[in-house]
Design a protein around this ligand. Sequence first.
Ligand code: URA
Length: 243
Amino acid sequence: MPLSARKREVLHQMGIPVWVPRQTPPAPQRLDADGAGVPTAPREERAAAVTIAEVPVAQLGWADLGERVTSCTACSELARRRTQTVFGVGDPKANWLFIGEAPGSEEDRGGEPFVGRAGRLLDNMLAALGLRRGEDVYIANILKCRPPGNRDPLPAEAAACRSFLDRQIDLIEPRVIVALGRVAAQSLLGSDAPLGRLRERQHDFRGVPLVVTYHPAYLLRSPADKARAWSDLLLARARALGD
Ligand code: URA
């Protein structure tokens, strides 16, 4: 019997791989001499089963998407060195979606984005907007795995991970996306423009307004730019409120 989405989610949380039975049409029947149906041979009745690995990412629900990310080995170096993947966290129907670069060492250990010092500053930025992590807010990264030594994601790594993020965005349907820092902004916008040229205006990401601001880790090093970051967040808030 197929598992409910809830049961799949619970199994996923427990780290148990989930198998998805393929929807099979009713087994064809042959007619006996009286025209009554009799069951076909067992071979024809056998239900085929496929793993979720065969379903396109763009068609996955949350639980199966999480499973696919957890088992991803597309970037062999990252997969080999990670403690765990960092999927993303928050309200699955949030109006606000914040996207950073990639997990750091604390996120790699904890399994949640932005839990280190930069994450605490991000939480303060959310609080200044009257928001809280997990309530109308979703936080994700360009990469689901930590790059060794916290190096920038390679273009090939960002490309390999992109369908996961795209699917998260499609499922969330946010009102606004905030790109945190140059790497996230350039990757999402397919641009090599410097951060200064990408800030202070609204972009379009597949129909969703996107605003670029400084990465919280940069703001820890350059607190003088917090005022500029605040003006970026006000621009994003106008979009989130539908202004
Ligand atoms: N920096 C990021 O870009 N993402 C995290 O999750 C943590 C630090």
